[in-house]
Ligand binder design. Structure first.
Ligand code: CUA
Length: 337
């Protein structure tokens, strides 16, 4: 069964969209009105700034006096008495433009506060210094629950509800192409939603300063067609590989003694740590260290042997592993597909 799922995942169509993080283009109903507002306000601001600059230049040209210059070489401006009426013309224009911007903003707030339809999936996201814990569950089906980290998968075209909270300080969940920012606050659950209208990998980022590695607190949202998403979910429900032998078997022992106190590899006895990300399907993720490093064997080796060198201030300590221990541990981690 596991092999079938793995094949299905491989057969999934290539992801159409995988660009850098941007808020200039959006791909979902929760983000589209915000992007339009952003462009609209940018255009309005450019127009107002240009108009004022032009008015100032015309004013200077018009009142440049008799062509006299002061001791610094600047033109001497004559002061007229008829400037006030311009203020009374300019002020109402500013008020109207600001009022229209406010009304548009309220409209966007109203349009993005709740999804258009009933969300089919609810995902719990918990901010940590400095990574994202992600919990999937199906209401009433405890066996359909699992934890993952820093990579959220969603089906395309389906509104997804997010329950956001924090384990330590205030963070802010932001995937600009799919939704606006929502703070994650300790002791409080904030609700947000997002929806992707096309398959793709969308980068997100913590948007509230939360300590030394705030900038290295990224995540990815992977939007997939429903069938590929279902296959992903089914695969994530599987426990970690059991009965690993050889080098990986030795690595399993290293994992149990050195990693398992903070990390979980579901199914591995003695591994249920909750301080760090769940590693049951570590190798299925694109990045490690919350989007900081691509998930390659080299980066993984660098990370597990000296995490603070990659991400100063991180809770994960430098592990004093011997060469053979590191090789064995990496062999075991590779089985966490
Ligand atoms: Cu978490 Cu900034």
């Amino acid at each position: 069964m596991r092999r079938v799922v793995a094949i299905l995942v491989t057969l999934a169509p290539p992801l159409a969209h995988a660009g850098p993080m941007t808020y200039l283009v959006s791909h979902g109903a929760a983000a589209n009105p915000i992007t339009k507002l952003g462009w609209g306000l940018l255009g309005l601001s450019i127009f107002v700034a240009s108009f004022i600059a032009l008015a100032v230049l015309i004013g200077i040209w018009w009142k440049r006096g008799a062509g006299d210059y002061d001791e610094r070489g600047w033109p001497v401006l004559s002061r007229g008495r008829n400037g006030m009426p311009w203020l009374f013309i300019g002020m109402p224009i500013s008020i109207v433009l600001l009022l229209l911007s406010a009304i548009w903003t309220f409209y966007v707030l109203g349009a993005t506060v709740a999804p258009p339809g009933h969300p089919k999936i609810t995902i719990e996201v918990i901010g940590h210094q400095w990574w994202w814990e992600v919990r999937y569950s199906e209401f009433g089906y405890p066996r359909r629950s699992f934890d993952t980290a820093n990579e959220i998968h969603i089906p395309v075209g389906v509104p997804v509800e997010l329950h956001l909270t924090s384990a330590d300080v205030i963070h802010s969940f932001w995937v600009p192409q799919l939704a606006g920012k929502t703070d994650t606050i300790p002791g409080q659950v904030n609700h947000a939603w997002l929806e992707a209208d096309q398959p793709g990998v969308y980068r997100g980022q913590c948007a509230e300063f939360c300590g030394l590695q705030h900038a290295h607190m990224a995540l990815y949202v992977v939007a997939q067609p429903q069938r590929a998403f279902n296959a992903w979910w089914a695969h994530q429900l599987q426990p970690a590989a059991d009965q690993v032998t050889g080098l990986a078997g030795q690595g399993e022992n290293v994992f149990r003694t050195r990693c398992a106190i903070c990390h979980t590899a579901r199914g591995l006895v003695g591994s249920s740590g909750k301080l760090g990300p769940d590693l049951t399907h570590l190798m299925s993720r694109r990045t490690i260290a919350a989007g900081t490093l691509p998930n390659t064997p080299g980066n993984l080796a660098a990370w597990v042997s000296d995490a603070p060198a990659q991400k100063p201030g991180v809770d994960m300590p430098a592990e004093d592993l011997s060469g053979p221990q590191l090789q064995a541990l990496l062999a075991y981690l590779k089985t966490l597909k």
